[in-house]
Design a protein around this ligand. Structure first.
Ligand code: ZN
Ligand code: ZN
Length: 171
């Protein structure tokens, strides 16, 4: 199955070769700001199933994670836990046809803007949750108040205890 997507200007295009899973609406502050939107819907795909077919995303390291933006026009496309994480998150709204991928969960309600109305029928988490074993995960476990079970990992940079390189351009 080929599912295609890309940026607003068409200069960056990608294909995912499997159906995105772990569909979440993330209300975390970093997602909000990086997309310039009240919240962002993500879906995960295996790293090997994501192929950029045109253009070159610009990777930005922020809050110990990697966010990718279309170099041509700035559309937020991908999110990685680390450069070798097994899964990559794709912005569902950058797919050519997002309609089959309704969110299954709402995360980081703690950061939700008061005027955003969420779907009460969906499971929701006050925060996110660790996605993969990593150096960060151990540090996060130690962070006060952390421990909500979940499937995603979008923490506001100021909540982190890591010495992350904020806003570092990786390429
Ligand atoms: Zn573009
Ligand atoms: Zn987020």
């Amino acid at each position: 199955m080929d599912i295609t997507g890309g940026c607003v200007c068409g200069g960056t295009r990608y294909v995912v070769n499997s159906r995105p899973f772990a569909l979440v609406d993330c209300h975390c502050i970093d997602c909000r700001r990086s997309a310039g939107a009240p919240y962002v819907q993500w879906g995960s795909v295996r790293r090997e199933d994501l192929v950029v077919t045109k253009g070159k995303p610009r990777k930005i390291a922020h809050a110990d994670r990697i966010r990718s933006f279309a170099a041509c026009c700035g559309t937020h496309l991908f999110f990685e836990d680390s450069k070798d994480s097994s899964a990559i998150d794709v912005t569902i709204a950058s797919l050519d046809d997002p309609t089959p991928f309704a969110p299954q969960k709402t995360i980081w309600l703690e950061d939700k803007l008061p005027w955003v109305k969420i779907d009460e029928s969906l499971p929701s988490l006050r925060r996110g949750g660790p996605a993969s074993p990593s150096r960060r995960r151990v540090k996060l476990r130690r962070a006060k108040g952390y421990g909500a079970a979940g499937t995603n990992k979008h923490e506001f940079s100021e909540r982190l205890t890591t010495d992350c390189a904020d806003g570092t351009d990786l390429e």
